[in-house]
Write a protein that binds this ligand. Structure first.
Ligand SMILES: Nc1nc2c(ncn2[C@@H]2O[C@H](COP(=O)(O)OP(=O)(O)OP(=O)(O)O)[C@@H](O)[C@H]2O)c(=O)[nH]1
Ligand SMILES: [Mg+2]
Length: 299
């Protein structure tokens, strides 16, 4: 872990840390609670800097419309970082055209080969932090995650460290077209398997639509994240909870991808299944950060 630059931003409280879902707040009474100063890192007068990180692999047909929707949101100081793994369908070229069209509101990180969603996010988060983002949103490129939720997520960031767009809290929903079998598999992967093994309180463990406060990503040692594929989402959810950050789940309607093909494959699912155990073992000694700034008490 690298708690760099975090000490002065944390306050330790004795009221227990909680993972709140819309259905209520779960607390761990004897554990210290970590809260972060709400002030963004950009200058006090400026709106917080929001960077939306989107990993892409063969999303040429989606990315243009998605970027247009994102940039038309009523959110000041929002920009988009596309992390493309040299997509054969030319997504990288479309991303470059978007950069020319929209200027500095679009950044593009071109990677030379397909190395999985997790690696793309690590590189994207690192670049977003280096660019001074106060809040980092992560989302898929295929419209499963509606940009319309982003202002709602951001409205909660003064009080929470991570907001999760959740399919599994009251009000959250899966696409009507999902078969009962697909629903069952998703429920099993989330509610049963991963949550039980890792003892997580968050209900949508594999959620890929999240908003992070920059200090959370700084507290997590991103360079040590091993997950290549989708298990990245589980690893990050686990680290945020284990470190004692305040996680809010907000319900979303999860729509099936509109255009293009899923990159979910059997090897990716198998990686997730075994890596859940590896995550549990690897972080077994990790405990909530307890870095109190001298002379500070709770808010
Ligand atoms: N850069 C990069 N992006 C990836 C990679 N694999 C997947 N993605 C992107 O990650 C996001 C999620 O991938 P999807 O194929 O939609 O997977 P999913 O949403 O879990 O599965 P579906 O529900 O079937 O769509 C999309 O924006 C993909 O383009 C990868 O190896 N590299
Ligand atoms: Mg998808």
């Amino acid at each position: 872990m690298e708690p760099e630059n975090t000490a002065s931003k944390f306050r330790v409280r004795s009221s227990g840390f909680g993972v709140r879902s819309r259905g209520g707040t779960h607390r761990t009474p004897s554990t210290e609670r970590r809260t972060l100063n709400a002030e963004p890192q950009s200058s006090p007068s400026a709106a917080p800097r929001v960077i939306v990180v989107i990993p892409t692999y063969n999303e040429a047909e989606n990315i243009r419309a998605l970027v247009a929707e994102l940039l038309s949101l009523a959110v000041d100081n929002l920009s988009v970082l596309i992390v493309d793994d040299d997509s054969p369908d030319g997504t990288g070229k479309v991303a470059e055209q978007l950069r020319e069209q929209y200027g500095e509101r679009i950044q593009v990180l071109h990677r030379t080969a397909r190395r999985g969603l997790g690696r793309a996010y690590v590189a994207g988060f690192q670049q977003a932090l280096a660019a001074g983002a106060d809040y980092i949103v992560q989302m898929d490129a295929d419209f499963s995650h509606s940009p319309a939720y982003i202002p709602r997520f951001l409205s909660q960031m003064a009080a929470w460290d991570v907001v999760v767009g959740s399919r599994y809290v009251p009000g959250g929903e899966l696409d009507d077209r999902w078969s009962w079998w697909r629903r069952l598999l998703s429920w099993w992967a989330n509610a049963a398997y991963s949550r039980l093994i890792l003892g997580l309180q968050v209900k949508d463990v594999t959620a890929g639509f999240k908003c992070w406060r920059r200090e959370v990503l700084q507290a997590i040692d991103l360079s040590a994240i091993h997950s290549g594929g989708y298990v990245f989402q589980i690893e990050m959810a686990y680290l945020a909870e284990k470190l004692g950050f305040r996680v809010l789940e907000m319900p979303i309607y999860f729509e099936d991808r509109r255009i293009g093909r899923s990159k979910m494959s059997v090897p990716v699912k198998l990686e997730a299944a075994w890596r859940v155990w590896e995550i549990r073992w690897r972080y077994r000694r990790l405990s909530p950060l307890a870095v109190a700034a001298p002379g500070e008490d709770g808010p």
